[in-house]
Design a protein around this ligand. Sequence first.
Ligand code: HEM
Length: 468
Amino acid sequence: MSTSPTDNLDLSNIQGDILSGLPKKTQYYLFFQITDGTKFKKDLTKLIPLVKTVAQVLKDRETIKDHKEKGHKGLVPMVGVNIAFSHSGFTQLNENDPFITGQKVDAVTHLGDTKNSSLGPDWEPAFLQDIHGLIIISGEGHASIDKKKQEIEGIFNVDTPQASIKEVTTIRGDVRPCTESGHEHFGFLDGISNPTIIGFDDANANPGPKPIKPGFILTGRDGDADKPKRETAPWTVDGSFLAFRYLFQKVPEFNDFLKKNPISKDGLSPEEGSELLGARLVGRWKSGAPIDITPFKDDPALAADSKRNNDFHFTGESNDQTKCPFAAHIRKTLPRDDLEVTRHTDISNRRIIRRGIQFGPEVTKEEKDSAKTMHGRGLLFACYSSSIANGFRFIQESWADAQSFPPGTTTTPGLDPLIGQGEREMTGTDPSNLTKSITLPEFIVPRGGEYFFSPSLKGLKETLAVAN
Ligand code: HEM
């Protein structure tokens, strides 16, 4: 986690969710349409004081640490707001960027989402409407974020004749309960591996893939391919593009698949064989321990050790999936040495900072017994980078959805078994028969999304909001 900010980055100018993640147990994603642009710009001036920056989040994290160290009970009351906009109003940004076309078009043309009868994506009706912006409200509990949501609705006079925005939909995410906290709905610990940003993160805190320049995440900073262009419109500096995906997870079906297809290996019980199959689909055990380090047995101590749990590179395994299948979710979405060493390809421009939160209830007994999903649940996936085309969309389209990625392997890897869209076949799940291909049902269903730009505080204050 971030520990050593330098004065190269203006942490009071960057929205808090981007580099440090708004502290949260619960979170609203409030999607809106601007109904009166002139009025909206004025109302925005009143929202800006609520927008939490990276500098403020770092202070919040100190407060939380102090609270824990002093042995205080309960959670520190705390709310954080961030705002982001879709392409409307941002036409001066790169016009070839998928941000301009919007995700509704991109979903079918690039992301592989299922089409509905009108050839648009098969999404929730809310996401088929025009969405102009997103307000994220994070907090430690429902009462806090409800109160803040009401305050924000007051600022924009929602549901009154003076309204400047219309709420398209609001989705609440919640961190899962008790021991599942931090784990996504299939049960795997998430949020372990995010890029280390030079000049912001302490590279020794969580060794792993090589640190990247801030501009791969922040617009207009060193590393951003469009830096010169951003400098001609200074309000676009210190922002980040946010790709949001509304991803439903078929948890009972996933668990049933693992149960029915245990990997048979000497000494493993059927339950352990099912656990191993799950680990080989993801690339980590449920505990978070990476299978590239501990391929056949979970190691919770390794998982809990931030000095070791991300320090692996698939080194010397460019044609070997004994330890970790080529198509395993984490190898597909960050192939490490498969590209950086074997192909001499720098993949800094493919890095994304993942935030997001789970939504929906825990699996019920009825769902478990019938192996059928009856209640919607999944991940409010959100990731930041300075280019959607190079970051999120590239990972989804050119890596996860590509049968032959990573390249140069004698056995075709197949699709990412979690997020791959298309014929979900993959090799490498069975360590004693690595060329065997298995077919996987669809476990994750995209039901909405949009691309946003999360501007700097200066951008919000000096360009987007108008005082009178
Ligand atoms: C419901 C959908 C998803 C689930 C359940 C899921 C689950 C996970 C889990 C359990 C991890 C390992 C924990 C970690 O390394 O932090 C992970 C890592 C990752 N996921 Fe996902 N994920 C989902 C969607 C996506 C999408 C849509 C993308 C991008 C297109 C993505 C990109 C990544 C990346 C880049 C990593 C880190 C890889 C690394 O650094 O080693 N994930 N995901």
